[in-house]
Design a binder for this molecule. Structure first.
Ligand code: MRU
Length: 344
């Protein structure tokens, strides 16, 4: 299933907020609609956000009527700024925006620039497809027959507009004929695990047990988890990794219980400009996502709630980082920068 698709004068996405009850595809005809879809998490997951933003920027450029390059670039800058403000944590968004900004400088002719931007957005999408499939097959080598893999949030086709990262590894292990079981955390507050990961795994026919986030320690302490695999929204130069809120808790529990803890991400998620996770901007979302579920109020009126959408797992809790260019272990500082220099 194509979760994000460029249709020439619009973009079609699957609306992730409607899953699993309804499979709804929406057509976005304007760049502001694409940026809003990212903000509202109709499209979510680090690589998917980058792909959607790239197509959104290309779409915005098609609708601009500026004839001179200067006018074109000043209107274009407005589009880039709109996407930059959509969500702060996943670096894939900013990497895609930077690539689109650079692509727009490749010609003096706005007509040509419009085509260059479409080509660049398609390239970003294709690269994520190749990278996520490749890292999934590399990661599958770490999975033994009979493993039970615990995963958090949603990291499949929905989140990547490709094969998946943590969930991609699970799919690739199954494709290789390994007998595996999955424990999926529900992932409060927005329930990406319960709604989206469970939906993808049911379709893949992979045996899955859904648990609440707070049950993870119980299962790890009883020896029921062979390894934890999660995705990433941004990996700093020292290996510290921002991912969905609750990931840090899982990493500490994994270390306490001697369970390997893997991070799976394309290299587009690595941000060498930040020396450590302390510099990663963490998105604060509407507290209503905590006081309510699916629009229904849980907590009494007047309850104060906090809603950081991500946390940072220190590098020393991470057994290995799995990318399309290879799997790296400590010392991350040196090995991640070396990895980025390598060709795929
Ligand atoms: O807030 P979300 O749902 O966009 O957060 C998504 C995650 O944290 C994923 O684990 C991450 O983007 C990796 S997706 C392959």
């Amino acid at each position: 299933m194509k979760t994000i698709e460029w249709l020439g004068d619009k973009i079609r996405i699957i609306d992730q907020t409607k899953l699993p009850e309804k499979t709804v595809f929406v057509e976005l005809c304007d760049y502001a609609e694409v940026a809003a879809a990212i903000k509202e998490m109709k499209v979510r997951g680090a690589p998917a956000i980058g792909v959607a933003a790239a197509y959104g920027v290309a779409l915005g450029a098609q609708k601009m009527r500026a004839e001179s390059k200067d006018k074109f670039l000043s209107q274009f800058d407005q589009i880039l700024q709109t996407f930059s403000a959509a969500r702060p944590t996943a670096v894939n968004l900013f990497r895609a925006i930077d690539r689109m900004r650079l692509a727009a400088t490749e010609s003096e002719d706005p007509v040509k620039i419009r085509q260059i931007l479409i080509d660049e957005a398609r390239r970003i999408h294709a690269e994520e497809e190749v990278a996520t499939e490749r890292l999934s097959h590399l990661g599958a080598e770490l999975i033994g027959d009979g493993f039970t893999i615990l995963t958090h949030c949603n990291t499949g086709s929905l989140a990547t507009a490709g094969y998946g990262t943590a969930l991609g590894i699970i799919k690739a292990a199954k494709e290789r004929g390994k007998k595996i079981d999955v424990i999926a955390t529900e992932t409060r507050p927005l329930l990406q695990g319960a709604r989206l990961t469970a939906w993808e795994l049911v379709q893949e026919n992979i045996p899955t047990t859904l648990i609440t986030d707070s049950m993870a320690g119980y299962f790890m302490s009883r020896g029921k988890v062979s390894c934890v695999i999660v995705g990433a929204d941004r990996i700093a130069a020292n290996g510290d990794t921002a991912n969905k809120i609750g990931t840090y808790t899982l990493a500490v529990l994994a270390a306490e219980n001697g369970v390997p803890f893997y991070v799976a991400a394309p290299t587009s998620t690595i941000d060498l400009s930040l020396s450590s996770g302390a510099e990663i901007p963490i998105e604060e979302r509407n507290p209503e996502e905590v006081t309510h579920i699916g629009g229904a109020r849980l907590a009494p009126q007047g309850t104060k709630a906090a809603n950081p959408a991500f946390d940072v797992t220190p590098h020393y809790y991470i057994t290995a980082i799995i990318t399309e260019k290879g799997t790296v272990t400590e010392p991350y500082e040196f090995r991640l920068s070396k990895l980025l220099e390598e060709a795929i």
